[in-house]
Design a protein. Sequence first.
Length: 383
Amino acid sequence: MSDVIVETDRLWVRRAVETLEAEGGRSSDTRLIALPLSGFEGIEFYFKDESAHPTGSLKHRLAQSLIVYGICNGLIGPDTVLVEASSGSTAVSEAYYARLLGLKFYAVLPRSTSASKVEAIREHGGHIHFVDDPAAIYQEAQALAERENGYYLDQFTYAERATDWRGTSNIAACLFEQMAQAGHKDPKWMIMSAGTGGTAATIGRYILYNGLSTKLCVPDPEHSAFFDGWVNCDPDAVFPRGSRIEGIGRPRVEPSFVPNVIDAMVKIPDATSIAAAHVLSGLLGRRVGASTGTNFIGMLWAADQMRRNNERGPIATLICDHGERYADTYYSDTWLDQQGFDIAPAKAMIERSIEIGQMAPDLILGRHEKATPVELANNLCTA
């Protein structure tokens, strides 16, 4: 594919950007939900419901940004074939936007991707290309784009740069504005797990740019390289298998992961993430995905730190996607048994933690926190 769109395509570019911006603007302000947990006295829990987007997840924002980024860099035109490597949700949203623009779209997915996500991609007109090894999606997506003379959107590289973190309509700006409207201009903690790392980067950068005292915690699932990469300042850290929590956790530290905006990370067992999704679904009265369960454990960890320090105030996170996508996996007893998951002990510990306002230590595998400004300044990770 040519690296420069010819002059005759300028009208299409203008109309395409207008279409994408209008669609993005219509769904930018998703609802903020307050959830009282009486055991944690004086600590308030807030969830921004990103599952309310037309494509059902927070990746709706990212997909729009990635495609606008490609168009405005002269890499996407009216006949460009779009290709993405994904665990599912980003590809669902990109298929939606590709169809809006009349572009052909291929999703390169691990074969283990939930059937409902695969169906959603196809419903939006996308084409599926499976790989058996989750770590192979990057190379296969690049190769497929070259075979199709197309454009590899590459969310794992471009997520942090395609999003305007200084703007007024990104996820961080929307979330902090809603928190301010709820009377919490400077929350104690923001909790955001990492898939590409782009959303955590946007939130962390927004906090620093606006001079806020809010801390950012990134909870990481069991089979993911992000935690070790961050603790050891090792951008080359890898994990030998793919994450079992769809949408977050990666076998490598992705280029969009920005370590120096993060104040703390916790490592979460997969059974705990799934159990937390079940518990939170009961509290909210609707299902959420396991990545949101991971976020919820991060919230309980932060609340426990606040309790230990006699602090009060709000904690906020995102509902990443809706749990109906996982009816045949995380909410299926048969699937849980096949995968060897017994979530009952973790559910009991989570429910007890909420009741007494103290997190059970067995809910996490590890933690690391940059405790002071001096420590943060002296321990910056460099590429």
